[in-house]
Ligand binder design. Structure first.
Ligand SMILES: [Zn+2]
Length: 651
């Protein structure tokens, strides 16, 4: 084992990566960090040797939209990479605080994390890793895995109490940079974060590149000299992940498809009319062929009947604010009853591939309506598509239009004249425009400049005040659509002392790595009452918008995957909407906002068969929206618990 390490080190010395000190060889590396492909910082790491102990130290540091994120980590291992201790402190994302201290003691790990200490029995093979950062820890994890016979599963801490990580070798490839060709091995790592990451090692076992997610958005690390190959890495990882989703699809049995009749359920068709008890829905080739009470719907001879007595059927739900940056979202959304999502900013290569794979039915998942992100230029810009001049605005809109995006999402740094250039060009090409209220503009100015939708609530003050009333009247007159993302505000704004499960039971069903992400979410230094007061101020504005006739649509900005859609709907009822109105915000109002209500949004004859079969009626209690039994997407019937389990959620 020690010999293998020496060989790696010798190869590294030969390559010039190593500085040989008086006593100890040192391996050093610099990775450039990217968010949505935009370079935002770097990770510098070092592996030093002292006798039989290797010490990896990493300094992970980036600035995202003006906010600094830093993490310091130290991993000590035996010469065969078996961990001895691991410490990580700082942040791995804006709202993800990391404070882990793990020491291996015999067959146990002493885990100090988030202010508590536990002794966790640790079955071999094991590793110590806490989320995607630092990448050097994942490099060491891969070296350990290779050194120990590529075990099927690794137990990792901190976890709940231990997490499981699965690694797969996915292939070898040559990357050409100028005249240099670098041979790389590609791996999929599943379980360090929720879902799969792609990591490349070179022939010396040095980390070449990694593609993962941070804060729910795509995050890439690339060794300095391989920087020109960034987009190639993204494309390669995208192909792997789409193949993974196709495999999940093949292994997920359809309960029904083609022609059938769902018989005996209560049907809440979403039009606002009364529920139909003992109803029938006839589905033929992906569409609703007939719907109504059993007594008045003729079921054609030979049509297979699916008994659904006691169930309630509602239209497929929408999430109007998401970033589907990993394929694992696809089964999650269907499992939660969500059959259409509006993607609000993503990696171009990934979202177009995923959208097309789902549309072709090669891959299961919600229908994806894509909004293309455009920011202003400069170092604090978000993503790599920006417009600082009218010409750049036209080019950016054209790129998204040509790739089938239905909307543009304007981000905070776009200047007022460029907002107008973007909306004019988008409207000319038949696209609508949503986005953040650009810096220096008011919500009225943004709407007046042509923004058809506004993301997030964006209205301060009290719902009853004259200012807020004026703003709401202005938005009503401009037919501006709002996705208030109140569940997101609640998730990050709740008092840190309040457990998330107190308002979001879905958090008890998420995989361990996601639990690590949300373990420290919440606002420090405020009590539960203050947090609730802030939330209620927002909910009163949601109610006032709704009452004034401003379309309010359900959007989450991700949050607790799938479950945040249900929470957003529940919050609208807390705001004072009726359960029917809250359900409509997640169905027909969303469909109308995207001009897709001719096909979607209600259970009506001729529309697409996007339906959710619930165990209980959400009009009785809105939380029954969580009781999804089957989801029907374009006529294909999926078992919700099976979908959840396929991506390591509890159903
Ligand atoms: Zn967002």
């Amino acid at each position: 084992m020690i010999r293998a390490v020496r060989i790696i080190l010798a190869a590294a010395i030969a390559s010039g990566l190593i500085v040989t000190g008086v006593q100890d060889p040192v391996e050093r590396g610099i990775l450039r960090l990217h968010y949505l492909q935009k370079p935002i910082g770097s990770e510098r790491y070092e592996v030093a040797r002292d006798g039989d102990v290797l010490t990896m130290t990493s300094d992970f540091d980036f600035t995202d939209r003006g906010g600094r994120v830093q993490l310091a980590a130290t991993l000590r291992t035996k010469a065969d990479f078996t961990p001895l201790s691991f410490k990580a402190q700082g942040k791995s994302y804006r709202f993800v605080n990391v404070d882990s201290d793990v020491r291996i003691d015999g067959g146990d790990a002493i885990v100090k994390a988030d202010g508590s200490e536990a002794r966790v029995p640790l079955p071999a093979p094991f590793y110590t890793v806490d989320g995607y950062a630092p990448f050097a820890a994942q490099m060491m994890l891969l070296r350990y895995w290779k050194q120990h016979g590529q075990p099927r599963v690794l137990h990792t801490v901190p976890g709940l109490p231990a997490n499981e990580v699965f690694i797969e070798a996915r292939g070898r490839e040559a990357i050409r940079i100028g005249t240099t060709v670098v041979q790389l091995d590609r791996y999929a790592i599943d379980g360090v974060v929720w879902g799969r990451e792609t990591v490349w090692l070179d022939e010396r076992g040095t980390l070449a590149a990694a593609i993962t997610r941070a804060g729910g958005l795509s995050f890439e690390a690339v060794r300095e000299d391989l920087e020109p190959a960034l987009v190639g890495f993204v494309q390669r990882a995208t192909r792997d992940r789409i193949a993974d989703l196709e495999a999940i699809t093949r292994h997920t049995a359809l309960l029904k498809s083609g022609t059938y009749a769902m018989v005996g359920a209560t049907i809440v068709d979403g039009t606002g009319g009364p529920a139909i008890s003992d109803g029938v829905i006839v589905v033929r080739d992906g569409r609703i062929a007939a719907v109504g009470p059993r007594a008045s719907v003729a079921i054609p001879d030979g049509t297979p009947a699916v008994p659904v007595d006691g169930k309630t059927i509602v239209p497929g739900l929408w999430d109007m604010h998401t970033h589907v940056t990993q394929v694992e979202w696809a089964p999650v959304y269907l499992g939660a009853g969500v059959t259409t999502v509006r993607d609000m900013g993503n990696e171009f290569e990934f979202i177009t591939s995923l959208r097309d794979a789902i549309a072709s039915t090669r891959a299961l998942g919600p229908r994806i309506v894509a909004a293309g992100l455009i920011d202003g230029g400069g170092p604090n810009a978000f993503g790599v598509y920006y417009a600082a001049t009218p010409d750049e605005a036209k080019q950016a809109v054209a790129k998204y239009h040509d790739a089938g995006f239905q909307q543009i999402k304007i981000y905070s740094l776009v200047t007022p004249p460029i907002v107008e250039a973007i909306t004019a060009e988008a409207h000319r090409l038949g696209l609508t425009v949503t986005g953040h209220i650009p810096n220096g503009m008011t919500i009225e100015q943004a709407a007046a400049a042509g923004m058809d939708h506004i993301a997030h609530l964006g209205i301060r003050g009290e719902a009853g005040s004259d200012d807020v009333k004026r703003t709401i009247a202005f938005l009503r007159d401009h037919k501006t659509v709002i996705d208030p993302t109140q569940s997101w505000n609640e998730l990050l704004g709740h008092a840190a002392g309040t457990p998330i499960a107190a308002f979001q039971p879905g958090v008890l069903k998420i995989p361990a790595p996601l639990n690590r992400v949300f373990a420290n979410a919440g606002a420090a230094g405020i009590d539960a009452a203050t947090a609730r007061t802030r939330l209620e101020r927002g909910l009163r504005i949601v109610k006032a918008l709704h009452d004034a006739g401003v379309p309010v649509v359900v959007g989450t900005d991700e949050g607790i995957p799938g479950h945040s859609v249900h929470r957003e709907i529940e919050l609208y009822v807390e705001a004072g909407l009726t359960p029917m109105e809250a359900l409509q915000a997640a169905t027909i109002v969303s469909a109308r906002a995207m001009k897709m209500d001719g096909e979607l949004g209600t259970i009506e004859r001729g529309k697409r068969a996007d339906l959710v079969v619930l165990n209980a009626n959400p009009l009785d209690s809105i939380s029954n929206i969580r009781s999804v039994r089957w989801t029907i997407s374009d006529g294909r019937v999926y078992d919700a618990p099976t979908l959840w389990r396929s991506v390591r959620f509890q159903p």
